[in-house]
Design a protein around this ligand. Structure first.
Ligand code: GBH
Length: 465
């Protein structure tokens, strides 16, 4: 239907769409599901656009078969979904298993496979069980072992059929928006401190889960496990300005490289990131130890704990130096980063304000990942284009976006020789877009949230390839 030349894509390329449990399932208190931090966050007024919640969302908990019809109508080969931890384990621990939660995901997985669709499953997509937040959440040391037990439970229960696993989705976003900015659950604003601790514990949790899979499940189940890292493509604002060039390097240190360096390069945070944080702690008179935690010898190393690279790409930024700016004397992540990403005025904005459309940024980023980090296969686990305001079913601009983007992915494969194995459009359905509620629409299908039937209607861009 588009002018895309699909012949450059390998015959077994994964053509998918992605969703996340809290954003689509609803059924927040049905059949024994425990509350998660997003239930708490939404139910406290004033946090989310017009106090929208995921209480009902797309009601995929009860309307899964409608979702399956959408997946089949698009002819997708893969579907990426996440599990609601608190639907499976209401208090977050394996002390109490919710059989109805297990039955729900068993049906989803079995139905997908019966239709020839390969599931990719994310264990954690922003929705920590509230009971674990009450114990300190991602700031607590114990969370890594608790996550490992949850992961083990999921591998044991679903791993006979599920071969593609993501442990944690976007640790950067969970740590920064959830624990520094406080605009995502759990809404913690503890600048310059909790962000590094939360990120560290997510890495520890991921590492333990990968090792558990590697040792106990891989021999029989033969699947693959990774973590999904979000990254913009970035370049210096003024390429001739050495300060902007250094700032762009710092920007990368504190975003993609924060997690990619430990997993793909050295088993530790980059020396430049650590030095920057230590120097600023000294300068600002912060004396309560290192703000960037250390990996200990008594635990397995994060190095090598990914069987593929999972990339969420949405947009690009030009980076300018912020070293002497307003954040200089402030203990904060952005002060540490000393760099600001800005949108090039020539880039169109689609829907939500942060989403500048830069398809060739994806091609550059794919090549950069291959050159800097790994020759492992890369899955683009999220990429998409949003709408706001009046619903446009005839969304020619989004069709064009998918065509342009896939053209760039094609060039990455055929010209840059990047081993791209799959592409997952975000998202199958219009859904609960976190702090923007239902005001931002990313779906391949429109969902009519004004009626209880939550009718799904395909957008023109739905058959995106
Ligand atoms: C993804 O994150 C998420 O994985 C997915 O759940 C989500 O639905 C999708 O994006 C679309 O948003 O408002 O200026 O503070 C992508 C990374 C993190 C980029 C949040 C935009 C908000 C910037 N996104 N960020 S701002």
């Amino acid at each position: 239907m588009s002018g895309l030349d699909v012949s450059v894509f390998p015959h077994d390329f994964a053509w998918g769409a992605a969703t996340a449990a809290y954003q689509i399932e609803g059924g927040w208190n049905m059949d024994g599901r425990g509350p998660s931090i997003w239930d708490t966050f939404c139910h406290a007024k004033g946090r989310v656009f017009e106090d929208h919640t995921g209480d009902v969302a797309c009601n995929s908990y009860q309307l899964w078969e409608e979702d399956l019809k959408c997946i089949r109508q698009l002819g997708l080969t893969h579907y990426r979904l996440s599990l609601s931890w608190s639907r499976l384990l209401p208090d977050g621990t394996t002390n109490h298993v919710n059989p109805k939660g297990v039955a729900y995901y068993n049906k989803v997985i079995d139905d997908l496979i019966a239709c020839g669709v390969t599931p990719m499953i994310t264990l954690y997509h922003m929705d920590l069980p509230q009971a674990l937040q009450d114990l300190g959440g991602w700031s607590s040391t114990e969370i890594a072992d608790i996550f490992e037990s949850y992961a083990r439970f999921c591998f044991k229960t679903f791993g006979d059929r599920v071969k593609l696993w993501i442990t944690v989705n976007e640790p950067y976003v969970c740590a920064k928006l959830g624990h520094e900015d406080g605009i995502f659950a759990p809404g913690i604003k503890n600048p310059g401190i909790s962000v590094y601790l939360a990120g560290h514990n997510m890495l520890r949790a991921h590492t333990k889960a990968w090792h558990t899979y590697n040792t106990h499940f891989r021999p029989l189940q033969a699947g693959q496990v990774s973590l999904a890292l979000n990254s913009d493509w970035v370049e210096p604002l003024d390429p001739g300005c050495p300060k902007d060039a250094t700032a762009a390097e710092r920007y990368k240190d504190f975003t993609l490289d924060w997690f990619a360096c430990p997993v793909f390069c050295t088993g530790d945070y980059s020396e430049s990131m650590r030095a920057r944080i230590e120097t600023r702690s000294l300068d600002l008179g912060y004396k309560q130890g290192s703000r960037l935690p250390r990996f200990t010898k008594s635990e397995p190393s994060p190095l090598g704990t990914a069987d593929f690279f999972a990339l969420n790409y949405y947009t690009s930024r030009k980076v300018k130096d912020l070293n002497d700016g307003s954040k200089k004397n402030e203990l904060s992540f952005e002060g540490d980063q000393g760099a600001e990403g800005v949108v090039d005025p020539s880039w169109p904005i689609c829907g939500v304000h942060w989403l500048a459309v830069v398809p060739d940024g994806l091609r550059k980023l794919l090549k950069y990942i291959k050159d800097m980090y790994t020759s492992l296969p890369i899955y683009i686990t999220e990429n998409g284009f949003s709408q706001m305001g009046p619903v446009q079913i005839e969304d020619a601009d989004r069709s064009q976006f998918y065509q342009d983007t896939l053209q760039e992915v094609g060039k990455a494969i055929s010209q840059d020789r990047v081993n791209v194995k799959g592409y997952f459009a975000w998202s199958l359905l219009d859904n609960f877009e976190w702090s923007d509620g239902y005001s931002v629409r990313f779906g391949l299908f429109h969902v009519d949230f004004s009626t209880p039937e939550l009718k799904r209607t395909i957008y023109r861009s739905g058959p995106y390839r």
